[in-house]
Design a protein around this ligand. Sequence first.
Ligand code: AMP
Length: 653
Amino acid sequence: MSKIVGIDLGTTNSLVATVDSGIPYVIADASGRRLTPSVVHLGAAGQPVVGFEANRARALHPRETVYSVKRFMGRRGADIPREDMLVTYPVQGTGAGPVTIPVRGREWTPEEVSAEILRKLKTDAETALGVEVTRAVITVPAYFNDAQRHATIRAGELAGLKVERIINEPTAAALAYGLNKLQDQSKIAVFDLGGGTFDLTLLELNQGVFQVLSTHGNTRLGGDDLDTRLTEFLAVKIHEAGGPDLRRFGAAFRGGEAEAAPTPEDLQRIARVREAAEKSKISLSLETLTDVTLPFLTPQFSFRYQLSRSELEALTRDILLRTRTHCLQALADAKVDASQLDQVVLVGGQTRMPLVRALVTEWFGCREFEESRGDVRLGEDYHRPSGPLLNTGVNPDEAVALGAAIQAEILSGGMTNLLLLDVTPLSLGIETFGGLMNVIIPRNSTIPVKAGEVFTTAVDRQRSMLIHVLQGERERARDNWSLGRFDLDFEEAPKGVPRVGVQFEIDANGILHVLARDLKTGHQRIVDMKSAVDVSDADVQKMIEESVEHAFDDLKARQWIEAKVRAGETLAATRKGLAEHGAELDEAYRRRVETAMQAVEAALETEESRTRVGDAARLKGANQGLDEATLQLAELMMDRAMEEMLRKQGMIQ
Ligand code: AMP
């Protein structure tokens, strides 16, 4: 079967990614570039040009170069806001009719233009992987409606790709961050600020599946707006420095028609300034100062300006502040308070800007995640001191594509091992008194993981303890799967005295190592069980379904067994007390104790032979009656034991 790739078909940039040996990565084109500008130049001759070359053509051939076509996908002319129509290429479409882009005598549909981008990504992937690529997972914004999703599938088909699945961009990002391993009901905000669009999506994890709680955003707000603002600023500085006056082409900076008709030279200059603006914006994410240099903007004029990060921040702050309303709206729609979020994930190249991170941190009350890679240890032992975690572990501009690749790999069946390796599919524990399952590592714990408990004996003079290792979700040992059993020997001792520490450790390969140690002597045994994660999906499903189906019976069984173990202990202790001190008791009290014992014995007889479960409530009541009845006896036993001890120590005669 052919490889399925993951594709982020973005408004500004598109990426194709795959998974190799369990590691997702973005595929570079023949020049080593990982981002492909979502720009298609429909030139006079031959094939359309896609990507960087098309982007360069944009300045000189604005009417034949299509960008941001994603805004038109699956939309009727009547639905498109006027400002979206403000592009440098012609767009037709009114009423219920689809949008078309008439260029050089041909009417292109948005799907056809998108298909050109997809075709390039397909070819890049084929060149890099050396195999034909015919299947893909493609991402779309969470707010895309059915028609927009279908248009995306159609674009894939036109490019020769069978679209195996369309997934939401925030979901893909969450997958790339490994957030599917968080606890159930975890809430995540995905803050996605790309080149041309912004959206904030709230997701909730339910049984490994992300559900969109709400999404809000602006399809005309992104890094491009910052570039425009900076370009306008630089145009002023260029003019002040005695250079060409590019200020009057302001609208052209914003992708609209300029008031004055620019010459081809002007257009080229604007493109150069804009390119320099974006470049310096990007360097100011790392540096605090950068040099903007534009040699020979005209034959007589070269431009140089030192731009600081604080200058950029002051220039663009108001644009970034516009994202806040959308965040608040999404939270309000989902009726979620920021403090209830577990994580805020940053997606989109523009979120690399420090000011964006600072604003998000402030708005959501986040704490920063200290490690640079994805937090894979957010399993059971994850405690949140306060506020959601700001997760910046994955390249924000690659996260969506990487998540699509992970989804693709899951669909190809290649990732099952990897995913199963990452969490324990079923609970692991040991059998304890009365045949109950005592869970040590709960299901869905992130591995590697280590956990332990201390156990003791229920019977006097026991010389060893059987460690019976179990896997499953049922209350009774016999209903779970047995992974193995071994004995740990220790010195003979009264019941309840030996202390045996049992530790389970699952290593990164999913192998369960069970250690049992006599805490008194340090004597221990370590036994490796079979892979604790090597369970088929179907078996896991069956076990979970059975645990749900039998939940009520299992609970009754656990209550019965616990009461029965308790009854065994108190009956034995009472018999011992009566045998040793019965003569000291008055007749009436003695009879009262015996009656209470009989009540417990009678309750024990309610156990049915078939189910091995009896009337737990009655037995619990009888246990309680016996506890109360034996209070006086227990005190007497304690007094006698104390006297015995003091006598041994020579303190009394
Ligand atoms: P995307 O749509 O996710 O590819 O994001 C593209 C936007 O991110 C463009 O506006 C880029 O200029 C911007 N961008 C990419 N890298 C950085 C960076 N390091 N700092 C600031 N903005 C960046």
